[in-house]
Ligand binder design. Structure first.
Ligand SMILES: NC(=O)c1ccc[n+]([C@@H]2O[C@H](COP(=O)([O-])OP(=O)(O)OC[C@H]3O[C@@H](n4cnc5c(N)ncnc54)[C@H](O)[C@@H]3O)[C@@H](O)[C@H]2O)c1
Length: 310
């Protein structure tokens, strides 16, 4: 297939693109490399890889790149609640309007598979699993704009939306701001963390399982199309406190304390059912424990020490 991936140099994209290339797909990545990332260097050896430095909002560029695409995977976005609050206009124009442009310019035959966030569920009801039928109630600008983008994509048909849990694990474009990656980083580097709103529950998924679910969707497109699917680890609907305990199993001298003050800007608190995608035949293979073990190895190499001799 000819596949256009916007934002393909990001945390998810740089894992996914490598796998797509290995499978023999022709992949074009459009990314503005806003983090100065060199995450696609390993892809350059593939003759079926093309990379464009540009803006996903540039309709003229999109129009040209769309000409040969069978499938579009829009990943370009400002990602995460704090980042979006710092650049609201960027969030709306990249996360929603650029998706609108793609939908406008693509032919009905061209397929779209897009990730959105399961933070669209906002604050769930205690003990009740959020399914794809649960009304969406996004709280942050990031969540709200993602929900709008999902509607745009699903309304055009011939599209699939994946409501992803919080991803974790190692990627060539590393993100240590994601919850599991962040707490494991603190455990390895600082040996302690002070947790606020420690009871808050979330669902998690390994970045390699995210790549796998996209490939699963390519192979099963007609069966899955025109619907949203939750994608997360069904045995990992756990609180921040429980997550710390899991990290401590592998970093025994990790100390975590509860704080009575402090608020998560993200606000989400829910448990999620991933039964729909599982019933269609997709099962994640990377556990939280495997991801934590992988992160501990990675953090032996990585250090956020630009301004200090540590
Ligand atoms: N990682 C998660 O936990 C998670 C969960 C749910 C959904 N998602 C979605 O998956 C997608 C990728 O997320 P990620 O975690 O890989 O984030 P990321 O920040 O690592 O990747 C985003 C990529 O988009 C690029 N980009 C940003 N603005 C651009 C622009 N104007 N033009 C071209 N490229 C631009 C960035 O350079 C980066 O490579 C996003 O749409 C995000 O909302 C991620």
């Amino acid at each position: 297939m000819n596949i256009l991936v916007t934002g393909g140099a990001g945390y998810i994209g740089s894992v996914l693109v490598f796998e797509l290339l290995k499978l023999g797909h022709n992949v074009v990545v459009l990314d503005n490399f806003m983090y100065g990332q060199d995450s696609l260097l390993d892809c350059c050896i593939f003759h079926n890889f093309r990379v464009i430095r540009g803006d996903a909002r540039d309709e003229r560029l999109l129009g040209n790149l769309l000409k040969d695409a069978d499938l579009i995977i829009p990943l370009a976005a400002l990602v995460g609640a704090p980042k979006c609050d710092r650049d609201k206009i960027g969030t709306i124009t990249v996360n929603r309007d650029a998706v609108m442009s793609l939908v406008k310019l693509a032919s009905p035959q061209q397929r779209i598979i897009m990730p959105t966030t399961n933070s669209g569920y906002g604050i769930g009801q205690k003990g009740i699993y959020c399914t794809e039928e649960t009304p969406l109630n996004p709280i942050t600008l990031y969540g709200k704009v993602k929900v709008e983008a999902e509607k745009i994509v699903l309304d055009r048909k011939n599209s699939i939306s994946f409501r992803l849990a919080t991803t974790f694990g190692v990627s060539p474009r590393m993100r240590i701001d994601l919850l599991v990656n962040d707490f494991t980083y603190r455990a390895v580097k600082d040996r302690f963390v002070v947790v606020f709103e420690s009871h808050v529950k979330r669902n998690y998924i390994h970045v390699r399982d995210v790549a796998r679910v996209f490939i699963f969707a390519i192979d099963n497109f007609d069966k899955l199309k025109d619907q949203p699917y939750n994608v997360g680890l069904s045995d990992a609907n756990i609180s921040k406190w429980e997550l710390c305990a899991k990290i401590k199993e592998q970093v025994p001298d990790f100390v975590y304390l509860e704080s009575a003050v402090g608020e998560d800007p993200d606000k989400r608190d829910y448990i999620v059912s991933n039964e729909k995608i599982e019933k269609n035949g997709f099962k994640p293979i990377y556990s939280l424990e495997m991801g934590i073990a992988e992160l501990i190895k990675a953090y032996t190499m990585l250090s956020n020490s630009r301004y200090g001799n540590v």
